[in-house]
Design a protein around this ligand. Structure first.
Ligand code: ATP
Length: 348
């Protein structure tokens, strides 16, 4: 390597044509996916229910057998290794702490299972609890801890096996919305401080955007798109990704389907006789919702039924001041406008 060769981060995990079929003859739940996850990054596997994200995580963890393909962890093929020998650890929904054990005993639990003597395992558990700022509460049981404190105990419990990769299966989904937002900020902070690779499964676009360096959007057992949250939100490659991420309109144009962000479209008074073009379409206002900083205007194409066709559903976020300057009315016919840069051609 010479001085000018860019240093690419080492891959923590590589999936090669990874496949899982639960039933012979049925479509695989995970269908030959290829994925590289950079070391020290936060990766979110995202998609609707049944897309195969949990199966993928469970195969990486060693909790599910692999039908075909390989899983590499730092270039080591771990496909057939037992879960405990892989260098991964799992953090489950709602943290799954043992309610009758103290924080210290929860963290020490897996070392106890391995037969590590009490003094050694308690010392290691106490050190880890200190590291996650929970040393002073190590004697408390989970029921005597706040949600945030429980999450730190769960993190310490997962870290005691010194994993290279932490796997998180919908860890925040059972929490109330306020706590969920607090907890995700903590997860992100710990991931950066520890410098570990996190692979986090979620069905929430918002959660994935807030946490991920890399988002992997799955559908029907395959990867639809992967990239940074910014790339995926601004350049969805397919109608599925545009709709799943939300905040986009999918429009049928003579050259194919395009997506345009709802905040990148403008409304103007209708011009009778003006034909639909590359950057404009006629629409009728069906909904007006005040949302504070903007007004969300729902529209449909003239003569099209919103409930009958997905591409008939259009939303435009009009800034509050712009709407106040030129209020539109329900039932009004308007021109939708967008600039060429705001339009993204969808591959399918
Ligand atoms: N143990 C199993 N036996 C048979 N089929 C399964 C099993 N686990 C999952 N599946 C099927 O595999 C597909 C993918 O499931 P998976 O749990 O990976 O999806 P998911 O995206 O994580 O969904 P969710 O968000 O609902 O957990 C689904 O069709 C599911 O019904």
């Amino acid at each position: 390597m010479n001085a000018k060769t860019p240093v690419t981060p080492r891959d923590a995990v590589e999936l090669v044509a990874l496949t899982k079929s639960y039933a012979a003859g049925a479509k695989p739940a995970v269908d030959g996916i290829n994925l590289r996850i950079a070391s020290g990054s936060y990766c979110c596997l995202l998609g609707p229910s049944g897309c195969g994200k949990s199966t993928t995580l469970r195969m990486i963890a060693g909790h599910e057998s692999v039908t075909a393909g390989d899983i590499l962890l730092e270039n080591r093929n771990i496909t057939d290794l037992p879960a405990a020998a892989r260098g991964t650890a799992m953090m489950f929904q709602s943290f799954a702490l043992f309610p009758h054990l103290s924080a210290l005993d929860n963290v020490a639990f897996s070392l106890k299972m391995k037969g590590v003597d009490k003094a050694t395992r308690h010392k290691q558990a106490a050190d880890l609890l200190e590291r996650v700022a929970m040393g002073h509460l190590s004697a408390r049981k989970p029921g005597e801890l706040s949600g945030g404190q429980q999450q730190r105990v769960a993190l310490a419990r997962a870290l005691i096996t010194q994993p290279r990769v932490l796997l998180l299966d919908e860890p925040l989904s059972a929490l109330d919305p306020f706590l969920r937002i607090q907890m995700r900020a903590e997860l992100r902070r710990w991931q950066k401080e520890l410098g570990l690779t996190f692979i986090h499964v979620t069905h929430s676009q918002e959660e994935a955007m807030a946490l991920a360096d890399t988002m992997v959007v799955m559908n029907h057992g395959v990867i639809e798109q992967m990239g940074s949250p910014h790339e995926i939100y601004n350049r969805p490659v397919s109608e599925f990704v545009a709709r799943f991420m939300g905040g986009h309109n999918v429009l049928a144009t003579p050259t194919g389907k395009i997506s345009v962000r709802t905040d990148h479209m403008q409304l103007a008074p209708d011009v009778p006789g003006l034909a639909d073009g590359a950057g404009n379409q006629r629409a009728v206002i069906t909904d007006i919702e005040y949302q504070g900083t903007y007004v969300l205007v729902g529209l449909q194409h003239p003569g099209e039924d919103r409930s009958a066709s997905a591409t008939a559903e259009i939303s435009v976020m009009v800034p509050e001041a712009a709407f106040a300057a030129r209020p539109f009315q329900l039932g009004e016919s308007v021109q939708l406008h967008w600039s060429p840069e705001a339009a993204h051609v969808l591959a399918h």
